[in-house]
Design a binder for this molecule. Structure first.
Ligand code: NDP
Length: 484
């Protein structure tokens, strides 16, 4: 099997390190190989980005925007192939993978449009002889590192915002899903991105990623991944750098007795089980006001049982495909066993699907456990699998206390038709994102980021672009008297 090449300084290189096999989690078969980048190759990529920064950062924003738009167009043209490639390495059903590729193209278009709207400010001084200009300039070289659950989008947020700002990047895709990110890089090269502006080196995070973090070349690290690795990255910096960390979550949903129960159940099933729950903003735990508790549980169990679990390549519109690797599957089983041992009630799932043809894949049915308490892992740790815990509450203050009882602060969800409840909960939930009567907490046009141990900095929106820019204060002194 030929190795898929890495992109360094505009050249596709095989790489001199060991081969890494990429597997289809639905079948266990090898779908491709990539190289483990050597330290010299990582260094070459970082130096190429540094060299390319001079030209790229000086180009007029409209020129950078044109290239990003062309990349968006090419990505859209190739979305079916890119989607199938993603499914073959990540496991999510093809329709979902193609949807992710479309959102990646939208991200490029969004930031291409923002490119020409990076304004500065004019600030009056104490004396009329002076004027302060505040201008924004690109930070420099960015090392971008991202996980396997959304192989295209999470890289896209960093690449689109970074390139728009005038930064150059070296990207390390996840070891489990490097093929679709490399194919996206091909789109960018074909769009005409100059050599060195965007580079991609493959390999393990603990070596390739760590080297990028410790190198003194990048001016910024843009990382999405677990809180543990995010903290490790923060602690291993060897010089001062800008840092964006989009980290783990442990996201609660609150359903009051005033909610439209059918809508709440639809939202709960979608956000607990989409992408097999392998999403940082997945609903991990649900608090339901006691009057609505049993009806909600009954409906949620039925909704979970109706979801189709299948090989995502064979069945593009399945609801759930395979989990991406053994690790989230094992964690799901552990959290389920822990909940049942501590007295939770299994109301849906709890096992692998029994359909023929799925025996070699990492599949698990969407699972709901009820009557949960806060000594269970399902309620306090991020499962990152198709498992959700549910419990009842009596007082709104109690629901808020339980929802906030976590070191994380990424996203929270509320279903109610009562305006006072909307106001109360959205004010008291300690989360960077609160979605009310919907479960799409992250949209490209609004800032998206976590509080507490869920990270620092934001992605998406104008604010996500500002994360790649430095302020420069230019203080001007005029001599109007000389004109008299
Ligand atoms: P990890 O933190 O294990 O890995 C994320 C990335 O970091 C991977 O590319 C990994 O490489 C790399 N990496 C690992 N160790 C290092 C290191 N020492 N230095 C530099 N890079 C390193 O996360 P997972 O892959 O397990 O992803 C799941 C996590 O990501 C969950 O906690 C989830 O909540 C979070 N996440 C957060 C999001 C947000 O927006 N807040 C969005 C999506 C996910 P490799 O995989 O190749 O070893």
């Amino acid at each position: 099997m030929t190795r898929t090449k890495m992109l360094i300084d505009g050249v596709w290189v095989v790489g001199e390190g060991d081969a890494i096999e990429v597997r289809n989690p639905a079948r266990g078969s090898v779908v491709g190989t990539v190289s483990h980048a050597t330290p010299a190759e990582v260094d070459l990529a970082l130096r190429a980005a540094r060299l390319a920064f001079g030209d790229w950062s000086k180009r007029p924003p409209v020129e950078r925007a044109r290239l990003l738009k062309r990349a968006a167009h090419i990505i859209r043209e190739r979305k079916s192939d890119l989607g199938r490639l993603m499914t073959s390495e990540q496991g999510k059903p093809v329709n979902e993978a193609v949807g992710e590729i479309s959102k990646l193209a939208d991200t490029f278009d969004f930031y291409a449009e923002e490119a020409t709207r990076v304004f500065g400010e004019i600030i009056p001084n104490d004396s009329n002889a002076y004027q302060s200009l505040v201008v924004r300039e690109p930070i420099g070289v960015v090392a971008a590192i991202s996980p396997w659950n959304y192989p295209a989008e999470l890289i896209g947020w960093k690449v689109a915002a970074g390139l728009t700002a005038g930064c150059t990047l070296v990207v390390k895709p996840p070891e489990l899903t490097p093929l679709s990110p490399l194919a996206i890089m091909e789109c960018m090269v074909d769009a005409g991105l100059p050599a060195g502006t965007i580079n991609m080196v493959t390999g393990k995070g603990s070596t390739v990623g760590q080297q990028m973090v410790e190198s003194d070349i990048p001016d910024k690290i843009a990382f999405t991944g677990s809180s543990a690795v995010g903290l490790h990255i923060q602690q291993s910096l060897k010089n001062i750098k800008r840092l964006s960390l989009e980290l783990g979550g442990n996201c609660p949903m609150i359903v009051t007795a005033q909610a439209n129960l059918d809508q709440a159940v639809k939202g709960a099933a979608r956000r607990s089980f989409r992408n097999c729950g392998q999403i940082c903003i997945a609903i991990n735990r649900i608090y339901v006001e006691r009057a609505a508790y049993e009806p909600f549980l009954e409906k949620l169990a039925a909704a979970a049982d109706s979801l189709v679990v299948d090989d995502g390549l064979e069945n593009p519109d399945a609801d759930l495909g395979a989990l991406c690797s053994q690790e989230p599957l094992d964690k799901t089983k552990q959290h389920l066993a822990d909940a049942l041992e501590r007295g939770a009630r299994l109301v849906a799932g709890g096992r692998a699907p029994d359909a023929p043809g799925l025996e070699n894949g990492l599949f698990f049915r969407p699972t709901v456990v009820a009557d949960c308490s806060h000594d269970m892992k399902v309620m306090t740790e991020e499962t990152f699998g198709p498992l959700v815990g549910v419990t009842a509450f009596d007082k709104h203050a109690e629901a808020v206390r339980m929802a906030n009882d976590t070191p994380y602060g990424l996203a929270s969800y509320l279903y109610t038709k009562n305006m006072d409840e909307m106001r109360y909960y959205s004010r008291h939930l300690d989360y960077g994102n609160v979605a009310v009567n919907n479960v799409d907490a992250g949209i490209i046009s609004a800032p998206y980021g976590g509080w507490k141990q869920s990270g620092i900095g934001v992605e998406h929106a104008r604010e996500g672009l500002l994360e790649y820019l430095n302020y420069k204060h230019v203080r001007l002194c005029f001599d109007e008297d000389a004109l008299q």
